[in-house]
Design a protein around this ligand. Structure first.
Ligand code: SAM
Length: 206
């Protein structure tokens, strides 16, 4: 088991019980995302955690492949989907690096609170771009600590070494937007309720 999956396994139970930090902002992100859905769409979620977002979107898409590096997160997500009687989500334990997805096969890819946790966001964004059909959308919500807490860059490796923090990359909203446009996306929608919270971006494959 990798250090990353071990960290997220350790916190999975607690994570599943934690209330959403800003319920109104979360609901708004669900609403905006749904405006891009059609009932025949194929959706992939990367880093789905305990599955709440996939379960909320499931009635609005044909199929959701919801993936996460943590087996415990996926186990909790599967139980939640059964309890919610949702049967069009395939949950899967996988790191984004190991995902096998045919080129241009997806309509929507979701990565919520994930891009800042990846070793190489540019590689991940380029891979997502390949997976999407033309005009497909990449929906992200990303903590950009480079704008507000640059010093975390120094503390994060120590926190990770001690097992107290996950892998954490520090970058700005501007740098994230540049990564998306460099990969061939056009930003369709961008919303950040406050500077200290995640930026929500819907990027369309050009
Ligand atoms: C902060 S949680 C977000 C979970 C969910 N998307 C949400 O919004 O509640 C980050 C999730 O990303 C997963 N994760 C971290 N690194 C990953 C990777 N390289 N590939 C896939 N999933 C990853 C973790 O296991 C964790 O469930």
């Amino acid at each position: 088991m990798s250090q990353t999956s071990a960290f997220w396994d350790k916190v999975a139970e607690r994570y599943s019980k934690k209330p959403v930090a800003d319920e109104a902002a979360y609901q708004e992100k669900l609403r905006v995302t749904r405006d891009y859905f059609q009932p025949d769409m194929e959706v992939l979620e990367i880093g789905c955690g305990t599955g709440s977002t996939a379960i909320a979107h499931a009635p609005f898409a044909k199929h959701i492949r919801a993936t996460d590096i943590s087996p415990k997160m996926i186990r909790i997500a599967e139980d939640k989907a059964v309890a919610a009687k949702i049967d069009n989500i395939a949950f899967e334990v996988s790191s984004i690096d190991d995902l096998e997805v045919a080129d241009q096969s997806l309509d929507v890819v979701l990565a919520l609170s994930v891009l800042h946790l990846l070793e190489d966001r540019d590689e991940a964004i380029a891979n997502v771009h390949k997976m999407l059909k033309k005009d497909g959308v990449f929906v992200t919500s990303t903590v950009c600590l480079g704008d507000t807490m640059k010093f975390i860059k120094l503390l994060a490796p120590i926190g990770r070494f001690l097992g107290l923090m996950p892998l954490l990359r520090v970058f700005t909203v501007q740098e994230l937007a540049e990564s998306l446009t460099r990969a061939g996306f056009a930003i369709d929608y961008q919303w950040q309720p406050e500077k200290s919270v995640a930026v929500f971006i819907v990027a369309r494959k050009r």
